[in-house]
Design a protein. Structure first.
Length: 126
């Protein structure tokens, strides 16, 4: 603000000899307002906070992996992948899916029953 005051004094001396005094003060006032808005306003902490929770991110990642698995299977059936490449890619995606599901279970505190089979009873085995 000291530099702004010295700038205003310098402009006052320059403008005092001319008839453009109101224009000079207008420019100084505009400069002061611009400097205030650039450096004076502090951002709200809520603006920098993440808007999505960790669980939302994990669920989105899980859906992306499932979609990639479906696409991979479709492209393999269309003949775009060799069987070896398909198996390697499928195993990598399935491993990533397992890791993401484990993180989801850790976040929620409960195991997911999605995609798991119920344990076999003795009647079903016989």
């Amino acid at each position: 603000m000291i530099a702004l005051a010295s700038l205003a004094a310098l402009l006052w001396q320059a403008a005092s000899s001319s008839a453009d005094l109101p224009v000079t003060f207008g420019c100084v006032a505009l400069a002061a307002v611009v400097v205030y808005f650039i450096f004076g306003i502090r951002p709200d902490p809520a603006d920098s906070a993440p808007h999505r929770s960790r669980l939302d991110q994990l669920l989105d990642r899980r859906e992306a992996i499932y979609e990639n698995l479906r696409d991979l299977k479709f492209e393999y059936r269309a003949g775009k992948f060799a069987e070896k490449d398909f198996e390697e890619s499928r195993q990598a995606l399935e491993l990533e899916a397992v890791q993401v599901i484990a993180e989801i279970e850790h976040e929620t505190g409960s195991p997911s029953l999605t995609g798991r089979r119920a344990p076999a009873t003795e009647k079903a085995v016989r």
